[in-house]
Design a protein around this ligand. Structure first.
Ligand code: FAD
Length: 471
């Protein structure tokens, strides 16, 4: 019966919106629900921040390049759309921290910078003797008595001292969040370290116990398998596979949702092309600043405006292998803020992801820009290329110029979960639940920026929508 058919609109065609639309249609089909799904994306392509360029035999990721295998949702999604056979793990090798013009190996056994193998920690050139001794205070310091949230900086500086934080943790974490450790929320980024402290008191001892419990799975070659995965032909394969599974006619590209109006228990979505659609439920899978503007006329979600997003750029450079002298076994490095460099990290992509690079070539992917240090991203491609190349030449011997360079800018893209994030998100979900119960918020702005977290947030929204409409 057509009258019983429910209409669900998903706004935003990044990984969150794509997986939401896919799982809505999958479950409706399996359970026989009368459901009509429409995915609306403002640009002319799907994938959002996932963007792969296949060029001259290289597979270049402009945005994310991989995801953590142990967070299962992407592996399951790949399975559900029939491309699980394309999943590949990273090759493991030595990663480094760049400190004062030198590459220092990340001490073996450190977990997010927390030392667990003390002999390796003590022999590291990353810290002074007094910095090392200070870190050991963690073994005797009592638990912190902070109730509620605190910054990563506050928490880790107290336990391990400034040197470990600045020379190792901050570079590792800023590679993920492009953020400022002294502003990022412990509760919303790494609550497990707070729990470790509460349970074991010492972070070093607790992390050591937790690490011992985790099995390491050997790869068929006998080498330890990398903990990240991508798809052999780039992450965009996942986008393409999902798109091919969506019901014909259920995607609208190049159309932006500009306004919303509440119509009793439905929502009217008004597009920039003058058309509109009435929906029984809506999943907003756009960055938070988009929803905070859409709901502003209703006085809702104003707290999301306070949430900053950092601007970054990735810079991929291809060389003939004989032009670049490489560290043995190196897979990349992160940069300490205590170094005079513009780049914040660099992956030796050909080493970490051999399937991305043709034989006899080298692919280096650097990052520039982070919270509070973003002006570089506004320079021209040529200027950025020069700055990155000058930085790289200080630490790697590179002859001549790259075969090509690809600069990808990501303006206001790395959402910052600052102290108090969890409370702001709970308030936002609550406000929407009260005023627009047929609307769900999902995506990287709320409960995890990683690709698997995004898929999980989409699935959670799908569950709520289907329960509301059909239970
Ligand atoms: P998006 O991908 O931002 O998609 C939102 C979509 O909504 C966009 O397509 C946008 O055009 C659309 N939209 C916006 N407004 C409207 C509107 N009004 N109407 C209709 N459509 C609209 N994560 C990892 O797990 N591993 C990594 O290696 C990794 N590296 C990263 C590197 C970079 C440079 C960046 C920027 C991020 C990285 N991340 C990584 C994070 C991850 O890529 C993102 O968190 C994730 O892709 C976000 O997906 P999303 O669907 O929530 O949002």
């Amino acid at each position: 019966n057509v009258e019983d058919t429910k209409k669900v609109v998903v706004v935003g065609g990044g990984i969150t919106g794509l997986s939401s639309a896919f799982y809505l249609q999958k479950e409706a089909k399996e359970k026989g629900y009368p459901l009509d799904v429409l995915l609306v994306e403002s640009t002319h392509r799907l994938g959002g921040k996932i963007q792969t360029v296949r060029k001259d035999g290289f597979i270049i990721e402009r945005g994310p390049d991989s995801f953590l295998e142990r967070k299962k949702s992407i592996g399951e999604l790949a399975q559900d759309v029939g491309i699980a056979d394309q999943l590949v793990n990273n090759s493991t090798g030595q990663s480094f921290v760049l400190l004062e013009d030198r590459l220092h190996p990340i001490p073996k056994g450190s977990v997010m910078g927390i030392p667990t193998e003390l002999n390796n920690f003590f022999s590291s050139g990353l810290f002074s003797l007094s910095g090392k001794v200070r870190a050991l205070e963690d073994l005797v310091l009592p638990r912190s008595n902070v109730k509620g949230d605190q910054s990563l900086g506050q928490f880790f500086r107290r336990r391990l001292g400034n040197e470990v934080v600045e020379n190792l943790m901050e570079p590792l974490l800023s590679g993920i969040y492009a953020g400022d450790l002294d502003k990022l929320s412990l509760q919303s980024t790494y609550p497990q370290f707070y729990e470790t402290e509460q349970k074991y008191r010492s972070l070093i001892l607790g992390t050591r116990k937790n690490a011992a419990k985790r099995p390491t799975s050997p790869a068929p070659t006998g080498k330890v398998k990398g903990q990240f995965q991508t798809l052999r032909n780039g992450l965009e394969s996942l986008v393409e596979a999902i798109e091919s599974k969506l019901a014909p006619g259920s995607v609208l590209k190049g159309v932006k949702v500009e306004r919303i109006e509440k119509e009793e228990d439905q929502v009217n979505l008004i597009f920039n092309n003058g058309q509109s659609v009435i929906a029984d439920a809506v999943i907003f899978a756009t960055p938070h600043h988009v929803v905070s503007e859409l709901f502003e006329p209703y006085g809702l979600l104003t707290q999301l405006k306070e949430m900053p997003s950092a601007t970054v750029a990735t810079v991929a450079m291809a060389f003939p292998a004989d032009q670049v002298k490489q560290e043995d076994d190196g897979t990349g490095f992160v940069v300490s803020r205590n170094s005079d460099f513009a780049i914040t990290a660099c992956t030796w992509t050909h080493r970490k992801w051999p399937t991305t690079t043709p034989e006899g070539k080298v692919l280096l992917r650097s990052y520039v820009g982070r919270e509070g240090d973003e002006a570089i991203v506004d320079l021209s491609d040529k200027e950025i290329e020069k700055i990155v190349l000058d930085d790289l030449r200080k630490i790697i011997e590179i002859d001549g110029e790259p075969e090509f360079t690809m600069v990808s800018r990501w303006k206001k893209s790395m959402h910052q979960y600052t102290v108090g994030h969890k409370q702001r998100i709970e308030k936002s979900f609550h406000e929407i639940e009260e005023a627009f119960p047929m609307v769900k918020l999902a995506g990287a702005s709320y409960e995890g920026i990683g690709l698997p977290d995004c898929v999980n947030s989409g699935k959670k929204a799908v569950r709520e929508v289907l329960d509301d409409l059909f239970q």
